[in-house]
Ligand binder design. Sequence first.
Ligand code: AMP
Length: 228
Amino acid sequence: MDGSNTPTTAPVLILLGPPGAGKGTQARMLEDKFGLVQLSTGDLLRAAVAEGTDAGKQAKAAMDAGGLVSDEIVIAILRDRLAAPDCASGVILDGFPRTTVQAQALDTLLAESGGRINAAISLDVEDAAMVTRIAGRYTCAECGEGWHDSFKQPKISGTCDTCGGTDFKRRADDKAETVASRLSVYHAETAPLIDYYARQNALSRVDAMGAIETIAEDLSAIVKTATA
Ligand code: AMP
């Protein structure tokens, strides 16, 4: 963040959790409810790959294999996005940071503008359930709303409730072999951030195995307190 657009008081929230924990779904709900902007480094990287930018070309192999894109690329992408004017109302980071180096870079970026992390919220789930969750998920190609074969079906099958779109897509890296790598990378590289934020007294934890609405209520209560 270069600090020019984002006021020092703008809330910064982090959602931590393995792939399939529901970070994207919950971030979108919080975005609507609290007027925050969801920043997903996964979405930013997928856009870079689709546009064929240099960063996208470098990121693609790691993403296809379920590994992590280099800290350098991801931090640069996030820094640029955070400097955009719409982030001035505050942000929910979904999928960043994923390594200790990224967490330290974020602390430095925020410190430069007098900002801080309001809360890092860990969505606690069991690994065994994640493969099923990921295998069934898809999004509306028009508005990006997330859906699931078992847990969140549109009211009218084949039509997005949110925008009426009828075109849906599934992520290429949501196949079983890649999910296994993504989960092991999460445990090796990202799970240590739970302790990192606990040491900063910024950590909250939510049981994310239940219904989407219940988890959303728990998260809202934390965000309300953290941004008050
Ligand atoms: P996601 O949509 O968050 O599941 O991210 C999809 C893929 O993008 C991941 O499996 C990584 O390859 C890459 N990615 C997303 N965010 C990061 C990050 N913060 N650091 C490194 N790689 C990332």
